[in-house]
Write a protein that binds this ligand. Structure first.
Ligand SMILES: Cc1ncc(COP(=O)(O)O)c(C=O)c1O
Length: 442
């Protein structure tokens, strides 16, 4: 890709030396201190300190899906810099109130109440706290491939990885069988999911429960777990089973919400309205803000019983102002349609690549969140861990950033809404080249 030199106080090597001395290695996917070191971004492109450009098909950490440094987000930041950046957490500020009313406009009827926090983990922790106060129970269950964050309470219900080695969690966190169609042992002989996984999960949950189940928390498409779509009707069945037990359904829309899958919320596509949903990632257009959204009735009850959830930066005016701007962008630029358009163009590329490369065993996802699963053999479905890691490295060297999941066997693509057809053509070429190099396919 075209490159442009960036003037900087330090060279890459100098910064890496400093990182080796001063930075804490606790990154999710890479524990080595190595480049690239990013310094600049616009739209779907980021640039490293050496001036090399990359197509960012991971949208940063999925938080820049509106495009890096969107001008309307920059404008909102400037407005806040001139008015109020931070405010007393227990006093209202104008921005958070306006944002709460905008959230109600884009949420299902009756889901009018939002609280604003900082990270996806915070919002899920808050959602579980709300469910506990509302139901009087404390137990929470989540599918084995779901990801909900890395604070202690959300790590406790994150079973897609990063779970072991942090000491005992609070009691009452349970895992459920994952509806992972491509590798499901319950229904591999059946034409579709018959919810055997859910029936078995609830048989175990009912047996284990010490009392009232407070909630089930799930993603509506398991992203970090391997871009795994829900089988048709699965979320409806889950909601029914929660209702039968007086438990709340929490849907975590961190990765899937705000137009990414071609609707404002992914749960709409499943025909389900959850009791609580959470949103983060590109909600702030690159600035940290998250929300937990629920009904008037649930807010009324937990508010009246004195629920307190908050941090120093909860409801801050600056992130609230950028989130207002991000909702405006999503509505004005009709991003639900953009997601569908980008999604079908990129899907055609993935299908074409699968025709040429038998290492691609499965293609999944929708809109701006799609993935491929790599296998040694399409019949045995043995995961192609090593080849995947190698292909991922070659793609990065050649200017394509994507997320490599499931120990190398799943590639996840999250191109920003700003991505052009030319950029997708280029990304497909980079992938094609890397597949050829590693598998030797002609
Ligand atoms: C579905 C989902 N929920 C929650 C989180 C946690 O968000 P955060 O990293 O902002 O705490 C993530 C992060 O990737 C996520 O993918």
């Amino acid at each position: 890709m075209a490159s442009q030199n960036i003037s900087s106080q330090y060279t890459e090597e100098e910064l890496l030396d400093m990182a080796r001395k001063f930075s804490f290695r606790s990154r999710m996917d890479r524990n080595a201190v190595s480049g690239p070191i990013m310094v600049w971004g616009r739209g779907s492109v980021v640039r490293d300190i050496n001036g090399k450009e990359y197509l960012d098909f991971n949208s940063g950490q999925m938080c820049a899906a509106l495009g890096h440094n969107h001008p309307r987000i920059v404008q909102a930041l400037q407005e806040s810099a001139e008015t109020l950046i931070h405010s007393h957490m227990s006093m209202f500020n104008d921005r958070e109130i306006i944002l709460a009313s905008r959230m109600a406009e884009i949420s299902p009827p009756g889901m009018n109440r939002s609280m604003f926090l900082t990270s996806g983990s915070d919002s899920n922790e808050a959602a579980m706290a709300i469910a506990r106060r509302y139901t009087g129970g404390y137990e929470v269950a989540s599918p084995a491939v779901s990801f909900h964050g890395m604070n202690d309470s959300t790590r406790a219900v994150t079973f897609s990885g990063w779970h072991e080695g942090y000491g005992p969690y609070a009691p009452g966190n349970y895992t459920m069988f994952a509806p992972y169609r491509y590798r499901c042992n319950f229904c591999k002989e059946r034409p579709s999911c018959d919810f055997s996984c859910l029936n078995a999960s609830f048989e175990l949950l009912d047996a284990q429960a010490a009392g009232q189940l407070a909630a089930v928390i799930t993603e509506p498409l398991f992203s970090a777990g391997g871009v795994i779509d829900l089988p048709e009707g699965w979320l409806q069945e889950l909601k029914k089973k929660c209702e039968e037990r007086g438990a709340l359904l929490i849907v975590d829309e961190a990765q899937t919400g705000l137009a990414k899958l071609g609707t404002m919320w992914a749960f709409e596509q499943e025909g389900v309205v959850p009791d609580i949903f959470t949103v983060s990632k590109h909600f702030g257009g690159g600035i940290a803000i998250s929300a937990a959204v629920t009904t008037d009735e649930i807010e009324e009850k937990v508010g009246a019983t004195g629920l307190v959830v908050g941090h120093s930066h909860s409801n801050d005016p600056l992130p609230s102002n950028v989130a207002i701007a991000s909702i405006e962008i999503i509505l004005e630029e009709v991003l639900v349609d953009v997601a569908k358009k980008i999604g079908s163009y990129w899907r055609a590329h993935l299908e074409e690549l699968a025709q040429r490369h038998s290492i691609i065993g499965d293609i999944r996802g929708r809109g701006l969140l799609q993935g491929i699963e790599l296998v040694e053999d399409r019949v045995t479905k043995e995961p192609a861990y090593q080849a995947g890691e190698q292909i991922g490295r070659i793609c990065l060297d050649n200017g394509l950033i994507m997320s490599v999941r499931r120990r190398g066997s799943v590639f996840r693509f999250v191109p920003p809404f700003t991505t052009t057809e030319d950029q997708m053509d280029l990304a497909a070429d980079i992938l094609d080249h890397a597949f050829r190099q590693v598998t030797g396919a002609s």
